[in-house]
Design a protein around this ligand. Structure first.
Ligand SMILES: [Zn+2]
Length: 595
C-alpha cells in the first residue's frame, strides 16, 4: 500500500483523552476493580430493598463505574487497533480483556437481582420519578425474564462459552489463513479473500470475473470445515433456546433490537416485493457496460468516473453536511477532528474497516477508518459521524445505561448522514461522469444493504429451520439454501457463476450473531424515509431528528421513530422508503443515460 502518497497521512488518534500512557491504564484497572468490589460489597442483595432512592443511587454509581471501565478498556483496544505491532500494546490488550471480564463479573449481580424481583415490586419502583432516567432500559431487561434460567444453570452455560467460541475461532482462522493464487494483470501472487473481493470494483471485466472464480475455487476445499463450524454454532444456539424456552430462532435478535417479529417479517416481505427495482437497474447497467449476459461479477463494476477526493475536501464535505443540517452537529465533528479523535490514515499495524466508539459522557467519540482518497471513503466518514453525533447527543441527555440502542436503530443516524453527504457530493460535482459514479454508488449501496441483507436473512431462516428439524447443515445443503435465496433476488437478470454455491461460507455475520443481517435492511429503509420527510419539511424535521438522537435508547424504536413520521405498526410504513429508494435508482439511471 502506497500510504505515503495518501492525503490522510498523519491523521491519527490522540488517545490522551482516554489515558496518558499504559502505566496509567494499568493503575486505573486496579483502581476500577477495587471500586467494583466495594460496589458489590455495598449493594449485593439490596436491589429493590432500599426503595427508589436506593436503587437510583446504585444505578448512578454503576453508570459511573461502567463509563470509567469503558474509557480504560477502550484505551487498550484503541492501541491494539492502531499499533498492533507494539509489544506493550499487546500486553495491555491482554490485561484489558482479563480485567474487563473480572470487572463485569463483579457488577453482574445488580442486573440479575433486578430481573429476579417480582413484577409488583418492579412496577412500583418503575413508577417512581427517581428512576425515570433508567426506566425504559430496566423494563426491557425484565422482558427477558421468562427466558433467564437459575443462577447455577446460567453459570454452567457461561462455562461452555470458550468451547463455543472455539468454533468461531476455527471459522475465522480458516478464512484468515486462506490465500489464493491469482493474476490481476500484474503477475500471479497469493491473494487474501479481501484482496480478491476488492477486484469486484475494477473496470476490467476479466479481472472481476477471474477474482470471483479464484475466490470460490479457494473456498471450496474449506467448505466442509466452514459448514461444520456453522452447523455446530447453529446447533448450540438452538439447544440453548430449547433450554430457555425460546420458541423462535429470531427472537433473541428481535429482543435486542426491541422489534416485533411481525414488524420484521412485514419489512422483509415488502423488500422482496420490491426486488424488481434491482432487476431494472441490473438491466440498465448491462446495457451501459455493453455486456450480455450480465454476470454476478458485473454487479459492482464502476459506472461513470471515479472522483478523487483528498482528505481536506472530505473534511469539508462531511463537516459542511452536518453543519448545514444543524450547526451543533458540525461543531461535534470539528471538535473531534481538532482533539485527535479521528484516525483516518491507512498504515501497517492498523486494522481495516471503520467504526465509531462513543466512549462515555466525559469523552467525545473516537472514529477509526482507512481513508484512500475516493468517494466511498467520504461516505464512510459521513457514516461514522452519523454514529458519533448520535452517541455524543445521547450521552449528553441520557444515562450511560440508556444511551446505546440496538443495532437496528443504531444504524439509522449513520445511514441518514451518509445519504445527506451524497446529496452534497452530487451538488458540488460538475463532471457528469463523476456525478453518475456517485449516484450509482448510492443506489448500489442501498441495494447491498436492503436487498442483499434480506437475501442473507432468508438464507439464515432456512438454515435454522432445517437444523431445528434435525438436518445437518452440510456444505451441500447450505449451498442449496444459498442458491435458492439468491435466485429469488437475482432472477434472470444476473447470471450466477459456477461455484457460487459456497458464497455463504465467508460471511462473518452468520458466525458472530444470528440475524444480524436484517438490522441493515431496517436502518437503510428508515433512513430513506427520514430523507423523504426531511426534504418535505426540513424546518419541522430537524428538531424532531435532534430529539431522536438525544433520546438514545430511552424509548422503544416505535416511540423513537413515531415523532419522525415513521409508524412501524402501519403496514404501509415502508412506502415512503421505497419511493425514496426508487428515486435513488432513477437518479442513477438518468445520470448514466446522460453520459
Ligand atoms: Zn454503522
Amino acid at each position: 500500500m502506497a500510504t505515503a502518497a495518501l492525503s490522510a497521512a498523519g491523521v491519527r488518534w490522540d488517545l490522551s483523552d482516554l489515558e496518558p500512557d499504559a502505566d496509567a491504564a494499568r493503575r486505573d484497572w486496579d483502581e476500577l476493580l477495587e471500586r467494583a468490589r466495594a460496589f458489590a460489597e455495598r449493594w449485593r442483595g439490596t436491589v429493590g430493598a432500599e426503595g427508589p432512592d436506593g436503587l437510583r443511587k446504585l444505578l448512578d454509581e454503576l453508570d459511573d463505574l461502567n463509563q470509567d471501565g469503558s474509557r480504560v478498556h477502550f484505551y487498550g483496544r484503541a492501541r491494539e487497533h492502531t499499533d498492533a505491532t507494539d509489544p506493550e500494546t499487546n500486553d495491555l490488550a491482554t490485561l484489558g480483556r482479563d480485567r474487563a471480564a473480572d470487572f463485569e463479573n463483579l457488577l453482574l449481580f445488580a442486573d440479575l437481582e433486578w430481573v429476579e424481583l417480582d413484577d409488583a415490586q418492579a412496577d412500583a419502583l418503575l413508577a417512581s420519578p427517581e428512576l425515570e432516567p433508567y426506566a425504559h432500559r430496566l423494563r426491557v431487561a425484565r422482558e427477558e425474564k421468562p427466558y433467564v434460567l437459575r443462577e447455577p444453570e446460567e453459570q454452567a452455560l457461561n462455562a461452555r462459552r470458550p468451547a463455543v467460541s472455539a468454533w468461531e475461532s476455527l471459522h475465522g482462522r480458516q478464512l484468515a489463513t486462506l490465500t489464493v493464487e491469482f493474476d490481476a494483470g500484474d503477475g500471479s501472487r497469493a491473494h487474501t479473500i479481501d484482496e480478491l473481493l476488492s477486484y469486484l470494483y475494477v473496470p476490467e471485466r476479466e479481472t472481476r470475473i477471474g477474482a470471483l472464480e479464484a475466490l470460490y475455487g479457494g473456498l471450496k476445499p474449506r467448505a466442509d470445515v466452514l459448514a461444520a463450524s456453522y452447523d455446530a454454532l447453529v446447533g448450540d444456539r438452538l439447544s440453548v433456546d430449547r433450554l430457555r424456552g425460546i420458541p423462535e430462532p429470531m427472537l433473541p435478535t428481535n429482543m435486542r433490537n426491541e422489534l416485533d417479529g411481525e414488524v420484521v417479517e412485514t419489512m422483509l416481505r415488502a423488500v422482496e416485493e420490491n426486488y424488481p427495482l434491482a432487476r431494472r437497474w441490473f438491466d440498465r447497467k448491462a446495457k451501459l457496460l455493453g455486456v450480455e449476459p450480465f454476470v454476478l461479477a458485473d454487479q459492482y463494476a464502476p459506472v461513470g468516473q471515479e472522483a478523487q477526493v483528498e482528505w481536506p475536501q472530505a473534511v469539508e464535505i462531511v463537516e459542511g453536511t452536518l453543519r448545514d443540517f444543524e450547526p451543533r452537529l458540525g461543531d461535534i465533528f470539528r471538535t473531534c477532528l481538532d482533539r485527535g479523535h479521528i484516525d483516518a490514515e491507512p498504515r501497517p499495524g492498523k486494522i481495516g474497516g471503520a467504526y465509531c466508539n462513543a466512549v462515555s459522557a466525559r469523552v467525545l467519540p473516537y472514529v477509526l477508518m482507512n481513508y484512500t482518497d475516493n468517494v466511498r471513503d467520504v461516505i464512510t466518514l459521513a457514516h461514522e459521524f452519523g454514529h458519533a453525533v448520535h452517541g455524543a447527543l445521547a450521552l449528553e441527555r441520557q444515562t450511560y445505561r440508556s444511551f446505546r440502542t440496538g443495532l437496528a436503530i443504531a444504524e439509522v443516524p449513520s445511514t441518514f448522514t451518509q445519504l445527506l453527504a451524497v446529496e452534497r457530493l452530487v451538488e458540488r460535482e460538475d463532471d457528469p461522469a463523476a456525478r453518475a459514479g456517485v449516484l450509482a454508488d448510492r443506489a448500489e449501496q442501498a441495494m447491498a444493504a436492503i436487498f442483499r441483507q434480506t437475501v442473507l436473512a432468508r438464507y439464515e431462516q432456512q438454515a435454522y429451520a432445517a437444523r431445528a428439524e434435525g438436518k445437518a447443515l452440510t456444505a451441500e445443503r447450505l449451498g442449496e439454501f444459498w442458491m435458492a435465496a439468491n435466485s429469488a433476488y437475482y432472477g434472470d437478470s444476473v447470471q450466477l457463476p459456477d461455484g457460487y454455491g459456497v458464497g455463504w461460507s465467508y460471511i462473518p455475520h452468520f458466525i458472530v450473531a444470528r440475524f444480524y443481517t436484517y438490522a441493515y435492511v431496517f436502518a437503510h429503509l428508515v433512513a430513506f424515509s427520514l430523507v423523504a420527510h426531511w426534504r418535505r419539511d426540513p424546518g419541522a424535521f430537524t428538531p424532531a431528528y435532534l430529539d431522536f438522537l438525544a433520546s438514545g435508547a430511552s424509548k422503544s424504536p416505535q416511540d423513537l421513530l413515531a415523532p419522525l413520521g415513521v409508524d412501524l405498526r402501519d403496514p404501509r410504513a415502508w412506502a415512503d422508503a421505497f419511493e425514496e429508494f426508487d428515486r435513488a435508482i432513477r437518479e442513477a439511471e438518468e445520470a448514466v443515460d446522460a453520459l
